[in-house]
Design a protein around this ligand. Structure first.
Ligand SMILES: *Cc1c(COP(=O)(O)O)cnc(C)c1O
Length: 403
């Protein structure tokens, strides 16, 4: 017997749970890509993409995943031989640095480890040391999905401004957009990237780059721009095909339309931020109880102000994380995320880490269900843990009140 039969819950940090309405919106015959309904619908996406980023700036849509969005941003910000300063708080920051490096950009990495936010004063010190202003952009992950570390973007902007250095601030919001509070214009972000399959609740396949006028100006000298990745024709298209440099990603666009309506017009972005904050607290409370008196169990990020509201990375030692993931999937229909970048898959410690996603189309009963399932799994497997995790999560939900 397995108790996994029934609706599966994919609680990995992307792709996230897709609303049935998004899937239904995509279920249609191939539309004409030369005019009519598809073109009108696509036009409506651009203002809403600005709303979700809280910007009046520009946005380009690409047919790609997050790795493609990294390249898109790099291609438009840099010329070959330019320098980037990368604030790394986990595997994804390193990944963006690698992408820039392999495109011919010199990437200076400030490594903040795996448990703490990027330190604005170290970023400022690196900029101050760059007397010749060779650094063209500072690349930061808002949330590094591997570690679940969240960095303080306004604090980084303030530290950059205090140096008077002209570098652009470019932020990877692939994991955080639609989940954690983010305000591109108020926070002085020049370039921001996201992808469809996390907080935006749409299948993987769309990447987005938002950019300010300052970034547009800076891009004019970026010689890494190739026809496909150039943001200019996409953001300022005169003909519909230019929005996508060829055939439009027709069905993804219909899915995204539905997701943005749900997020912006029905729930409201600020309510979505509050929902994610509360769901995250429930996860932290459960781990707080499980880790009490246990060396083996710990949240990856000690300071709650530095934790993502979309995903939580944690350690369950002695291989407990891997055994628990397997149990949850096989016995209960719940798929948790693997530990990423904490140890190599070949290393013993790999089995000590997991991630719980609580991003996008996820509500209280799903998170409580996931946490209670994890507690059941720890009991079934004999993994030592403190009592009362599920109850602590329930209390966090109960005390949140309605918003
Ligand atoms: C998921 C993610 C990526 C990579 O996205 P892919 O679609 O897997 O290429 C990059 N950065 C962050 C912060 C992410 O969460």
């Amino acid at each position: 017997m397995s108790l996994a039969h029934g609706r599966q819950y994919l609680a990995i940090p992307g792709p996230s749970v897709m609303p049935d309405r998004v899937l239904a919106a995509m279920h249609r015959a191939a539309p004409n890509i030369y005019g009519g309904a598809l073109r009108d619908m696509t036009e409506s996406l651009f203002p809403d993409l600005r709303r979700v980023a809280r910007t009046t700036g520009h946005v380009a849509i690409y047919i790609c995943n997050g790795h493609g969005a990294w390249e898109a941003a790099n291609a438009n910000m840099f010329a070959r031989g330019d320098k980037a300063l990368v604030a790394a708080t986990g595997r994804f920051g390193i990944g963006w640095a690698d992408s820039a490096h392999r495109m011919g950009v010199e990437a200076e990495v400030l490594d903040f480890g795996l448990n703490t936010a990027a330190d604005p004063s170290r970023i400022a010190a690196a900029l101050e040391a760059d007397k010749g202003h060779d650094i063209r952009a500072v690349l930061v992950s808002h949330v590094d999905t591997a570690t679940s570390v969240r960095s303080d973007i306004p604090a980084i902007r303030a530290a950059m401004d205090a140096t008077g250095h002209p570098a652009l601030l470019a932020v990877d919001c692939i994991a955080s957009l639609g989940c954690d509070e983010f305000r591109m214009d108020d926070w002085g972000v020049d370039v921001m990237i996201a992808a469809s399959q996390k907080g935006l609740m749409t299948p993987p396949g769309l990447g987005f780059v938002w950019f300010s006028d300052k970034a547009l100006e800076a891009s004019r000298r970026a010689d890494l721009r190739t026809p496909y990745w150039d943001w200019q024709p996409r953001a300022f298209a005169e003909e519909y095909w230019q929005n996508f440099c060829g055939t439009a990603p027709t069905h993804h666009l219909y899915g995204l339309r539905e997701a943005l309506t749900m997020l912006l017009d029905e729930e409201g972005l600020e309510h979505a931020w509050a929902r994610h904050a509360t769901l995250a607290r429930a996860v932290w409370e459960a781990f707080g109880a499980w880790s009490a008196g246990e060396d083996g169990i710990a949240l990856n990020v000690a300071q709650s102000a530095q934790r993502s509201h979309a995903v939580t990375a944690a350690r369950i030692g002695s291989g407990g994380a891997e055994r628990l993931r397997t149990w949850c999937e096989e016995e209960a229909g719940l798929t948790l995320g693997i530990g990423l970048g904490m140890a190599l898959p070949s290393e013993a410690a790999f089995g000590d880490y997991l991630r719980v996603a609580h991003m996008g189309h996820v509500n209280a009963h799903m998170v409580l269900g996931a946490l209670t399932t994890m507690e059941a799994g720890m009991r079934a497997l004999g993994i030592p843990h403190g009592e009362g995790g599920a109850a602590a999560a329930a209390a966090a939900i109960a005390s949140a009140g309605s918003c």
